[in-house]
Design a protein around this ligand. Structure first.
Ligand code: CTP
Ligand code: CA
Length: 224
């Protein structure tokens, strides 16, 4: 797709955005997942498209309306998201807003697991999913110029997010406090801190649309 507005500051730039949860199957009717509405990732993809970027939006199952003016790739599992991101490269920037399940069920059952009436409980074994953000950040060839991660944290948000930036090797982390008392999870507003090599920059609490617009502008400033 051409950029939403082809002559914005990001015209000619390609950006990959991940969003939403991933679903990891247990059996044909059950799955495990993170809580994620996909609202913030959707808003970011749309804000980037409005600045003229060619956006590939890779999303797990989310009820939220899909962004306009982007290339849409729907996936279910973390493994599928990883493959879709790899396929979408090269890109100038990659923004990882998805809430990726850290674990999948090691051997999902092809047939429905039944209650057998004996009261015996199923036992699930897990395997660790690929860390998509970390893998892309560490690419030796074809790494996007700007790699941005998200960190939904509780407790010491900035310390946790700064540690995550270093561990993952990304350029920026957008950190937010998802403690229940903030009311951020599932709401229409977000209060984030942008963490870069220069330090932590708290942004005023605002609508997810406004946070997305500000982040898209910062991305445009960094790429041009
Ligand atoms: N992420 C990813 N692939 C994964 C897990 C996370 O791409 N398998 C990305 C998320 O999209 C986000 C960032 O990594 O941008 C941080 O995710 P988070 O779950 O906060 O980090 P984890 O390293 O999984 O740490 P935690 O134990 O706190 O969940
Ligand atoms: Ca995680």
């Amino acid at each position: 797709v051409e950029g939403y507005f082809a002559n914005g500051p990001l015209s000619g730039k390609t950006v990959v955005v991940t969003s939403g949860p991933t679903h990891e199957p247990i059996d044909p009717v059950r799955y495990i997942a993170n809580r994620s509405s996909g609202a913030q990732g959707t808003a970011i993809a749309e804000a980037l498209a409005k600045l003229g970027a060619d956006v590939t939006f890779i999303t797990g199952p989310a009820d939220h309306p899909m962004p306009q003016g982007v290339r849409l790739v729907r996936i279910e599992t973390a493994a599928e998201m990883h493959a879709a991101v790899t396929e979408a490269l090269p890109a100038d920037a990659a923004i990882f807003a998805a809430a990726v399940a850290d674990w999948r069920v090691a051997s999902a059952s092809d047939s429905k697991i039944k209650k057998d009436g004996s009261g015996q409980l199923p036992v699930l074994e897990f395997a660790e999913n690929p860390d998509i953000l970390q893998d892309i950040s560490h690419l030796r060839e074809g790494r996007p110029q700007l790699v941005v991660g998200f960190a939904a944290e509780t407790d010491d948000v900035i310390a946790n997010a700064t540690a995550k930036l270093k561990k993952k090797g990304c350029d920026w982390i957008v950190a937010n406090d998802v403690s229940p008392e903030t009311g951020i999870m599932g709401g229409s507003e977000n209060a984030v801190t942008l963490i870069t090599a220069d330090g932590a920059e708290p942004w005023a609490r605002a609508s997810k649309t406004d946070v997305a617009a500000k982040l898209a502008q910062r991305i445009a400033d960094a790429l041009t």
